[in-house]
Design a protein around this ligand. Structure first.
Ligand code: HEM
Length: 400
């Protein structure tokens, strides 16, 4: 992979947040980086990076200076061909973004979320009851994943077969955002990713989804002329890919942090209505989205460095969420914390459009678990982070 050269006379570091060790435990690196300048150049990656809350917040919120059309990851679409067709919402700037975002915001009305909540509540009960019948279970594979892979995909009207392909798609999405089409992709991965991208395109077509779900409503917006039919297909793709492993990852993370500090788990069991805040605090503590990527839309000076037009800058929101200048005792997971304002769901015009759905899912499943699981404990077998370190990938627990 060709790395852009270090600009002259700017603060820079050879440390690489995308190295495996740092992905699995990014917090020591974040602390070192927050002790440095507000904006630095990552020599190994060839991009700018911000690690403190205030600089990250500016990058995330100021869409006039920091655009999204250059790609949602390290790969810079102004300087290299995108590895797949860019998202029409997540990787778009106004006025295109305004159009597509309005369609999703309208469809996700309070009425839609209420109806979804009623269905999801029953499902949460079913999933917890099934898991609790086992002596030991994996919170990710046996509880959070089966729940989340039903709520949003069912609401969209996606066929049930092969839904696991969505997760494979997300695996390639993360890889594509980090490395574009350069090494370390293997030939096999390149081939498989093409097949999966094609599967997603097909399954998001009008004829593949049910006629009474949220997906059909997105196509109705195309019929009304608000977006094109192609954009409708792409919007469903974004909706499905953004709303699956992020959410079951965040739920599993929150359960891990609760069990790692039994006093927090006991407080939740004593008052399960804290489940929504516990879920949100889990996202602040370790969000499945550790970064938000933008490109500069003009030459500018930003926190003392001179940046060129279309340079890539990564806001490490996972670090901002642990910034002691913004959060008291940031390294403590605390379900009573006033957690409003963290950046784990982004912010500004691109702030997560599915956040009320994610919060509803987290609230229901964690609340149900706290009400029904008298005692669950971490099993002897250790938990494991997923490959990208975004979330816990395996979380074995025992029921007593
Ligand atoms: C805990 C779970 C979730 C996390 C951590 C998360 C995180 C994020 C973040 C950080 C962004 C901002 C990206 C940026 O500014 O570049 C975002 C945007 C987005 N999210 Fe989520 N998300 C979650 C759940 C969901 C769900 C359930 C859905 C759909 C049902 C969803 C759909 C989207 C979409 C479509 C966008 C793009 C919005 C735009 O660009 O205007 N997300 N999400």
């Amino acid at each position: 992979m060709t790395v852009e050269p270090v600009p002259q006379g700017v603060p820079s570091t050879h440390e690489n947040p995308y190295e495996k060790e740092n992905m699995l435990d990014p917090f020591p690196l974040y602390e070192r980086m927050r002790a440095r300048e507000p904006v630095l150049w990552l020599e190994e990656v060839g991009v700018w990076a911000a690690f403190m809350d205030d600089a990250c917040r500016e990058v995330v919120n100021d869409w006039k200076r920091f655009g999204s059309a250059g790609g949602g990851g390290v790969a810079n679409y102004y300087r290299e061909k995108p590895w797949r067709e860019p998202s029409v919402i997540f990787e778009a700037d106004p006025p295109d973004h305004t159009r597509t975002r309005q369609v999703l915001s309208r469809i996700l009305s309070p009425g839609t979320v209420r109806a979804l909540t009623d269905q999801a509540r029953e499902l949460a009960k079913e999933c917890v009851t099934r898991a609790m019948k086992m002596d030991r279970f994996d919170v990710v594979a046996d509880l959070a994943k089966p729940f989340v892979m039903r709520v949003v995909p069912d609401a969209v009207g996606l066929p049930e077969e092969n839904r696991e392909n969505l997760l494979l798609y997300n695996k390639y999405l993360i890889k594509g955002r980090t490395y574009g089409r350069h090494n370390p992709w293997t030939e096999e991965e390149l081939e498989e990713s093409e097949r999966i991208v094609e599967w997603v395109r097909e399954v998001c077509k009008r004829e593949s989804i049910t006629s009474d779900g949220l997906g059909a409503q997105i196509y109705e917006a195309a019929d009304a002329g608000d977006i094109s039919v192609h954009e409708a297909n792409m919007l469903i793709r974004s909706f499905l890919s953004a709303g699956t492993d992020t959410t079951f990852g965040a739920i599993s993370n929150a359960v891990l942090f609760l069990l790692q500090d039994p006093s927090q788990w006991e407080m939740l069991r004593a008052d399960p209505s804290l489940s929504r805040n516990a879920f949100d605090e889990g996202i602040r503590f370790r969000s499945p989205a550790q970064t938000v990527a933008r490109n500069t839309l003009e030459e500018m000076e930003f926190h003392g460095v001179q940046m060129g037009k279309y340079d890539k800058i990564i806001a490490f929101v996972g670090s901002a969420n642990r910034d002691p200048k913004r959060w008291k005792a940031p390294d403590k997971f605390d379900i009573h914390r006033k957690v409003v304002g963290h950046l784990g769901l982004g912010g500004g015009i691109h702030g997560c459009v599915g956040q009320m759905i994610a919060r509803m899912e987290g609230d229901l499943l964690i609340g149900e678990l706290a009400r029904h699981a008298k005692m669950i404990d971490l099993a002897d077998e250790p938990f494991q982070w997923s490959q990208s370190g975004r979330a816990v990938g395996k979380l074995p627990v025992v029921v007593s």
